[in-house]
Design a protein around this ligand. Structure first.
Ligand code: HEM
Length: 404
């Protein structure tokens, strides 16, 4: 058996792929890698093959399949143990296939259209301004993550969903406890009681948020009396899970990357209309969810290779997004190439990120406002000392000390 790269590998720079993946680049578009438990799985690294496989019905997302490939022992344990309830809810959309997935996703699509999200722009701007006022008032230096990057997307998300402002802290605390598995049962009961009350309130005073859409949708199908708190909690918690760390991480890691690339930042300051393009280019280069997971449920012939039924398949986002056949200079930021949107940082196919319009607009407003209002923004510690979580799968900065 030839020696294969162990997957996943840690990054040594928060916005570049792990150096050990170099040999995988040489084998593009796909190679075999080994998981922590010795299991051999496929690593997809080429853009065309990735797209073909991600829309192939023989590639499953069903995390309850006993052959599901776990990236880490903790994931394997979570699938087996008492946290099943958490896993079931958190993966209620991303972890199911076919008709069940379509039906669940269809219910949510109207709440996330570009038109709906664009209508939210003034509210998002207000949330960003308020958070930045607070950060400036509290003074420099500060950690940009708790002061700005993390709370902005969470507040925006709760607003969109229809959780009243005064309840954000409660919802945040309980859903975090539920998702992280610490005290999950108690948190779940709290959320359920809360949601039953909110449903009653929404029935008396309907609004125009995701929660109202879901209630109206069930009303239209004739079983409004049966709308249960459990279903709504599941739907909302899975959005919190999807949107929770992701957008905030993109805001902080983008700010860090831009401060490391002053020429690119100067271009954005000189021409703010470049920001929407910059958001996608940053999503491409940073590739924060670095490793989409799937299982082959039938044999698949691709590029002269056979992926066998039961094989694990991992999509290495950071390498797919740097495919030289698609991007001219794949390792650097460039606002002007025309393949900027050609990335898989939001996935591809049936499970493509439901919150992508929201994430893009939130990032655009947060980053534009941050750099416009604080022209002197800079790191308050040497870049090499900024702590980050190197673990592949999901990239995060642990702190981002800044001053202005
Ligand atoms: C920059 C921020 C974000 C990134 C990078 C991101 C990334 C992703 C990726 C890669 C997937 C596909 C996973 C797969 O195919 O296995 C996904 C799915 C999903 N995302 Fe996001 N996401 C972001 C923000 C959000 C937000 C704000 C929300 C909340 C509204 C959200 C909700 C979801 C949901 C519900 C799914 C599952 C969709 C499905 O399976 O049909 N995401 N996201």
């Amino acid at each position: 058996m030839t020696e294969t790269v162990v997957y996943p590998q840690d990054r040594t720079c928060p916005y570049q792929p792990a150096p050990e993946y170099l040999s995988l680049v040489e084998q593009r578009p796909l190679a075999q890698v080994t998981l922590y438990d010795g299991r051999r799985v496929w690593a997809i690294t080429g853009r065309d093959v990735a797209r073909r496989l991600l829309i192939d019905p023989r590639i499953s997302s069903d995390r309850t399949n006993p052959q599901w490939p776990a990236m880490f022992p903790s994931i394997a344990a979570a699938v087996r143990d008492a946290r099943q309830k958490v896993l079931k809810i958190v993966t209620a959309l991303v972890g199911v296939d076919g008709a069940v997935h379509n039906a669940r996703r269809k219910m949510l699509i109207p709440s996330f259209t570009l038109r709906r999200i664009n209508a939210l722009r003034p509210k998002i701007q207000e949330i960003v301004d308020r958070q930045l006022d607070l950060m400036i008032e509290n003074g420099a230096p500060t950690d940009l993550i708790p002061a700005f990057a993390a709370p902005v997307p969470v507040t925006v998300l709760y607003h969109l969903m229809g959780i009243p402002d005064d309840d954000h802290d409660f919802f945040e605390k309980q859903s975090y406890q539920f998702i992280s598995g610490s005290n999950a049962d108690a948190a779940y009961d709290e959320l359920m009681t809360y949601m039953s009350k909110l449903i009653e309130e929404k029935r008396r005073n309907p609004g125009d948020k995701v929660l109202d859409d879901l209630l109206a949708e069930r009303g239209a199908t004739g079983d409004v009396g049966d709308v249960d708190a459990e279903e709504l909690v599941s739907t909302l918690v899975l959005q919190v899970a999807g949107g929770h760390g992701t957008t905030g991480t993109m805001v902080s890691l983008s700010a860090f990357t831009l401060l490391q690339n002053p020429e690119r930042l100067a271009e954005l300051r000189a021409d703010p209309s470049l920001m929407p393009t910059a958001v996608d280019e940053l999503l491409r280069l940073l590739s924060i969810p670095d490793g989409l997971q799937r299982l082959a449920v039938d044999d698949i012939e691709i590029e002269g290779t056979t992926i066998r039924k039961g094989d694990g398949v991992f999509f290495i986002t950071s390498l797919i997004n740097r495919d030289e056949d698609v991007h001219g200079a794949p390792n650097s930021l460039d606002w002007h190439h025309n393949s900027v949107r050609d990335h898989v940082s939001f996935g591809f196919g049936a499970h493509q990120c439901l919150g992508q319009n929201l994430a893009r607009v939130t990032m655009e407003i947060a980053l534009s406002t941050l750099f416009q209002r604080l022209p002197g923004l800079r790191l308050a510690a040497p870049a090499e000392e900024i702590p980050f979580n190197p673990t592949a799968g999901f990239q995060v900065l642990n702190e981002l000390p800044v001053t202005w």
